[in-house]
Structures are given as C-alpha cells and as structure tokens.
Design a protein around this ligand. Structure first.
Ligand code: SF4
Ligand code: SF4
Length: 71
C-alpha cells in the first residue's frame, strides 16, 4: 500500500508491499500503532498516516521487510 501524507511541511510515504504476512508486528511496535495500522485479511493497512511520527520503527521491526518509509 502506498500512502502519502502532508504533515505540515513533511512529506513522506509509508509503503507496505506484497511481502506483508499480516503478523501485526508493525502495529505492536509503532508508538501510534492502533491509530496508524489495521490488519485486514492478513495484510497491514494504513488507517491514518497523519498519526505517524516518522520514526521508522515499523520499517526496522517488520520481519518480512515489507515496509518502507520514504521521505
Ligand atoms: S510487520 Fe511487516 S509483515 Fe507484519 S503486518 Fe506489519 S508490514 Fe506486514
Ligand atoms: S514510522 Fe513510526 S510512527 Fe510511523 S507508522 Fe512507523 S512506527 Fe509508527
């Protein structure tokens, strides 16, 4: 999934690719996890990118390497 968000002057993308297994690790480690992520049909889905703090923790912890935060 590709999501682009304008958060004041910061533009970024949270990309979740097809390697996602829906394990929920991203949602668990994200400081805003329940706001940002939803797990639907064994895939992580971005629910609210505006809650993202741009910390890249989800990218670091995803066991499938399926998340990319791009600034
Ligand atoms: S941690 Fe990675 S594999 Fe697991 S649900 Fe999140 S994006 Fe998908
Ligand atoms: S970059 Fe940080 S705040 Fe944003 S979704 Fe990933 S873990 Fe959550």
């Amino acid at each position: 999934m590709l999501f682009t968000c304008d958060r004041n002057i910061i533009m970024f993308e949270i990309i979740i690719d097809e390697r996602c297994t829906g394990c929920g690790k991203c949602r668990a480690v994200c400081p805003k996890g329940p706001r940002v992520f939803e797990i639907i049909d064994n895939r992580a889905v971005i629910k609210d990118a505006r809650s993202c703090l741009n910390c890249a923790t989800c990218q670091s912890f995803c066991p499938a390497g399926a998340i990319k935060i791009r600034w």
